[in-house]
Design a protein around this ligand. Sequence first.
Ligand SMILES: [Mn+2]
Length: 323
Amino acid sequence: MVPVPGPDPAALEAALARELLLLVHHHGDADSVGCTIALAAAFPGARISATDGLSAAGKVMAERLEVEIEARPPASWDGTVVVVDTSNPEHCAPLPECNSVVVIDHHQTAGEWPAGTLLIHEPEAKSTAEIVTRLIPELGIELTPQMALPLLAGVYADTGHFRHASSDSFAVAHTLAAAGGEPRQAMVLLDRVRPQQQRTMFLKAAQRLKFSQEGKWLLATTRTGSFESGTARLMVALGADVALAASGNKKGQVRISSRASSAAIEAGLNLAELLEALADEQDGSAGGHPGAAGFQAQGDPDALLAMAQQGCVAQLKSLAEGA
Ligand SMILES: [Mn+2]
């Protein structure tokens, strides 16, 4: 593992010797929540506070580990405020009034933090958990299972279960597993069971699913009441190369969400282009990426879904010709 770069070690140690308030960024994710839980274990007595809610993953992690995360930070803090996984003060506003701030982050660019902030900024790290894993032993504190487990979950989450991991992510993961962060348990920590209402909606959408084959590509469509993007994603997981899920409400608002398999994206399919063209034609709006795009307009959901489907067929045919 590479050493943690950053501020003067003596200054950092002095800052961390004070009473700590650990801050999670807005809508705190598994990486930020995992880091604060580990730091609170490394520095007993430290308090953890959200700044504007937690993500579903962050909430589940805190609940399962029975760690209390305060909803709002106090207006001012006498000790040191430690902000994790946050590139910019706006993402954890309101930052408590405090004359000692430490920031530990892995995002690309660091924002304007108050003068005197001790910044540990490592844009090469794939998760803040990786930085914290190296930092804790450097401060002379032994990594315990209580710290290792949430940190390993943070690494899992931010590397997309190691799909975007660097070799250092693996070195860190090994350190964490060796320190008692049980890999299977860390993964379970991130598991979420969707609410039953959502699962019912997905199953109904699956009942209505229709699919066709265009050359070597499988195109699936369905109608749903809501959760269009989750539905489209699940249709790709079932085997579709292109999936379209449409919903319509009583006011005549139609939403279509689309997803594509990596093979179709690689072959040149562009769902954002396709749905943007449809939006121009139908006076709607659309946006997204080649492999995941959304569309909204007024109209008939079945008719709009059929148009989007025709657009997909045309694109898939041109891919086949290009290949
Ligand atoms: Mn992160």
